[in-house]
Design a protein around this ligand. Structure first.
Ligand code: KG4
Ligand code: ZN
Length: 348
């Protein structure tokens, strides 16, 4: 079964072809440099870019994989969550294409797709605990199978990735700043008393990262010398002067530890309340974080569970994961009609 995946939920335009669960090819265009000028994603620019780029990527994908439109059985598209205007570009393209070539149409939950992405490179082991940590979401799921997800906990305000990006912005790192915090943090050791681990005393599996960001803001306010004057370019971060470097690295390491350890506490709490779980799947952009990966490896080992992490290239938004999730849904007999809607937030 040949499945086309279309991803336009935020600032990455991507298409991919998956044949019976195997990736044939992907084309991806990132808008990150464009939005970096504004320090965050500008929704209108994102939508216009998707509209401009998507048809070209689709044609290039077919040419590179040697496939004809008529060979596509299923058109899978990220229907949400995400930016409404951006989602509408992908959903409209998918509808038109499925109608033109007579293919099945399937709207995919972008978050489920993130969690299933490691299935492209290895076997997934269910039931699983799924931790989705991205720029827009921090969710804990019980995943019974590739198409059965139960949401157990979520962030009440900022997502983990958002916290990384906002803290990075406080120090004027380039956008998106998560990976700079990760890289610099590895040069230091965390001061575990410096920042709180937010919401861990609350018995639920929910998260709240906005207080942590405020704690970092208050700390950074006492050290204005550590803030880059202008939104620094990656070279500026790489060439950071020695006298500032150690102090900035300490803040990064401490903040990173607070996030990773908060995730650990809630994941362990979830595991304690779940029966029959065989693996932990961690996905989303923040799953690229070295300390989060190491921490979750420790959790899995302690609980005798398999740990599944996507390859780094599959952590951030891509079309392959949409095609793969769409294929799973198609195999289970799911499909949507032309009334398929984009769902920017809430239950997708
Ligand atoms: O999953 P994703 O591409 O976007 C959403 O679907 O929301 O994740 C992007 C997020 C950004 O917040 C980015 O800063 C963060 O993932 N990120 C990281 C790292 N690499 C990407 N955060 C921490 N450490 C990293 N190494
Ligand atoms: Zn995503």
């Amino acid at each position: 079964m040949l499945t086309l995946g279309i991803e336009t939920s935020c600032d990455e335009t991507a298409v991919a072809l998956v044949e019976d669960g195997r990736l044939l090819g992907e084309k991806l265009a990132t808008q990150v440099d464009m939005h970096a000028l504004f320090g965050g994603v500008v929704p209108e620019i994102a939508s216009r870019e998707h509209l401009r780029v998507l048809p070209r990527l689709y044609k290039e994908l077919l040419a590179e994989t040697g496939k004809e439109p008529g060979e596509i059985d299923t058109v899978a598209v990220a229907r949400g969550p995400g930016l409404l205007g951006s989602l509408l570009v992908g959903v409209s393209f998918a509808k038109g294409l499925s109608l033109a070539i007579g293919a099945r149409l399937i709207g995919v939950n972008h978050l489920w797709a993130h969690l299933l992405a490691p299935g492209l490179t290895g076997d997934l082991c269910f039931p699983a605990l799924g931790l989705l940590v991205s720029g827009g979401h921090t969710h804990i799921y019980r995943i019974q199978s590739s198409i059965e997800f139960e949401l157990l906990g979520r962030t009440l305000d900022d997502a983990a990735g958002e916290a990384f990006d906002k803290v990075a912005k406080l120090m004027n790192f380039p956008y998106p700043g998560g990976r700079y915090i990760d890289d610099l943090g590895q040069e230091s050791t965390p001061d575990k008393k410096l920042f709180p681990r937010p919401y861990i005393d609350h018995p639920s599996l929910d998260f709240s990262f906005s207080g942590l960001k405020t704690a970092v803001a208050l700390h950074v306010a006492t050290r204005p010398d550590l803030v880059f004057e202008t939104m620094a370019d990656p070279e500026a971060v790489a060439n950071l002067a020695e006298d500032k470097r150690a102090d900035i690295a300490k803040i990064c390491a401490s903040f990173n530890w607070s996030v990773a350890d908060t995730l650990r506490i809630k994941v362990e709490r979830a595991l304690d309340s779940m029966e029959g779980v065989k693996s932990v799947i961690v996905a989303g952009g923040v799953a690229a974080n070295s300390l989060v990966r190491k921490t979750m490896a420790g959790v899995a080992k302690k609980h005798g569970l398999e740990l599944t992490l996507p390859d780094l290239a599959l952590c951030t938004d891509n079309g392959s994961m949409i095609a793969y999730a769409g294929w799973q849904l198609a195999k289970a007999g799911c499909s949507h009609g032309l009334e398929l809607e984009a769902i920017p937030r809430g239950q997708v």
